[in-house]
Design a binder for this molecule. Structure first.
Ligand SMILES: [Fe+2]
Length: 310
């Protein structure tokens, strides 16, 4: 119940961003090497004269189940701007039997669910020794609405009804969700929805009530997202083209909406990951192959929509 909110309530008081570039970083999953790279990308843009805002869209904790790395990730992320993911909610408000709060749909196997719940239990044990961090996580917002580049941008962790919703997941777009999208764009008034949580990236564009509307899901900033590609992805919104070549993007008016690769030090990350989650551990079984090889998605498979919905 703590995850639920009403779409009508999400964009009632948008903030206006003054920066030139917004990075929305969903699903860092405790990868400090990816965080190094994202901060370096922002620094490179700033060296080119652009002001950059970093907004972490939840689930920045996951594999960092060790006191030093847990502190480092949270200290560094919370020095920027951050929102709540289900992982942070369950770390800040641990409760018996809640599991990871992932709200996995039926197509996710029971073994995967059980492993995620055990990963969360281990991470909660670490978090319990850091009450200062738990307090800061508890105060994070669940959604944000902002005006950027003339667009009303709604940033969510899951979907417009739940922090852990799968209504903007890749698999949901494959099945078709035009009626739901129409209802959500009408209820929120958003031009762009930026989300994460469900771990596969996508860009959708369509028209609702005469206006172009967009959805960008960044998949994961801290794990590979594409076929044979171990790089993370983040969403970049900018009033200029990115310095680094995006893997996918859309232009809307004066704004460029992109999925930018996070080309972190993969060898250093795997060394750290393997020490925390050795062969046979829950995270190794669920995630290591993806970290090395990416997913089955080609770049062409990221694009959805372009129709008139209403
Ligand atoms: Fe999540």
């Amino acid at each position: 119940m703590h995850y639920r909110y009403r779409p009508e309530s999400l964009c009632q008081a948008p903030e206006t961003l003054s920066e030139d570039v917004l990075y929305v970083v969903g699903g860092l999953y405790g990868n400090a090497l990816a965080l190094d790279r994202i901060e370096a990308m922002a620094a490179a843009e700033e060296a080119d004269g652009r002001r950059v805002k970093l907004l972490f869209n939840g689930d920045f904790n996951w594999f960092n189940a060790e006191d030093g790395l847990f502190s480092e990730i949270n200290r560094r992320v919370l020095d920027h701007d951050a929102m709540l993911g289900n992982v942070e909610y369950e770390l800040a408000h641990p409760s018996e039997g809640a599991g990871c709060g992932c709200a996995y749909p039926e197509f996710v196997g029971s073994e995967v669910v059980a492993r995620s719940n055990r990963i969360m239990e281990r991470l909660q044990t670490v978090a319990s020794r850091h009450s200062d961090i738990q307090s800061r996580l508890a105060n994070l917002a669940r959604f944000r609405c902002m005006i950027f580049g003339g667009l009303k941008v709604l940033v969510l962790h899951g979907d417009p009804e739940s922090l852990a919703g799968w209504g903007l997941a890749y698999e949901t777009f494959i099945k078709g969700n035009d009626d739901q999208l129409t209802a959500w764009f009408r209820a929120t008034g958003a031009d762009v929805m930026v989300c994460t949580h469900t771990c596969l990236p996508l860009l959708w564009q369509g028209v609702v009530d005469g206006s172009p509307r967009q959805v960008l899901n960044n998949g994961s900033a801290g794990m590979g997202n594409l076929l044979g590609d171990s790089r993370g992805l983040i969403v970049r919104l900018g009033t200029t083209e990115p310095t680094e070549a995006p893997v996918a993007g859309l232009g809307v008016g004066q704004a460029q909406l992109s999925l930018l690769p996070v080309n972190f030090d993969q060898g250093a990350w795997l060394t750290q990951f393997d020490s925390l989650w050795p062969s046979g551990s829950d995270a190794e079984q669920s995630y290591r192959e993806r970290m090395v090889s990416g997913t089955s998605l080609s770049t062409d498979a990221l694009y959805f929509g372009t129709g008139v919905l209403a």
